[in-house]
Design a protein around this ligand. Structure first.
Ligand code: HEC
Ligand code: HEC
Length: 138
């Protein structure tokens, strides 16, 4: 709960909101994160814990946590699949991924289920790349 005070210290407005703070944990190591770690994980992408599914050739996200009613967000989520921010941020310019960005990132995640990390398809990637095995998925 956020309470706003006037100059005399009297509360004049209250509302519910989560604020996410930027941190740099300095967890330096030789190994980088794996491709799947970012490209397949809805938590890493700001959607929160849940499952990514494909229905009718389109990507969907199904959360596993229940949202808090007052803010309509779960504790692990910063935005919706449509790119709407559900929390506030402590730095100017911070934002969740847009739907277009999420679709691009998750498309790579789908390919990683069959194509290994070092496959040449990732080096010669183009926006309209298609798999001969995936049929209608764009
Ligand atoms: C730390 C997280 C992270 C890791 C690890 C990572 N990626 Fe990405 N990748 C991203 C993000 C975020 C984008 C989208 C950037 C944008 O749209 O501006 C992206 C974009 C891409 C794209 C371009 C997609 C497009 O349509 O423009 C490809 C291809 C890709 N990644 C492949 C890989 C591969 C292969 C690996 C592993 C060798 C990998 N990525 C590892 C976060 C990551
Ligand atoms: C279910 C497993 C599977 C998934 C998921 C998959 N692929 Fe493939 N893909 C294959 C197989 C197997 C081949 C090689 C056989 C063939 O050419 O039919 C292939 C071949 C390809 C080729 C042509 C091979 C080449 O080296 O030129 C491209 C390009 C490609 N895939 C892109 C993609 C992209 C992009 C995605 C993600 C959107 C994707 N694939 C997801 C199984 C998969």
């Amino acid at each position: 709960m956020i309470t706003l005070l006037d100059r005399r210290g009297r509360a004049f407005r209250q509302f519910h909101s989560f604020t996410w703070a930027h941190i740099e944990p300095h967890s330096t190591q030789r190994e980088s994160r794996s491709c799947k770690d970012c490209h397949q994980d809805p938590k890493v992408l700001g959607l929160g814990f849940g499952h990514i599914t494909i229905k009718n050739s389109t990507l969907h996200f199904e959360p596993v946590e229940k949202p808090f009613a007052q803010v309509n967000a779960t504790l692990s989520q910063v935005g919706t699949f449509e790119g709407k921010a559900l929390v506030k941020f402590n730095r100017e310019g911070m934002r969740p991924f847009t739907q277009e960005e999420l679709e691009r990132i998750l498309k790579v995640g789908l390919c990683l289920n069959c194509h290994p990390e070092k496959d040449k398809i990732f080096r010669t990637w183009r926006k309209n790349i298609k798999c001969p095995r995936l049929g209608s998925f764009k």
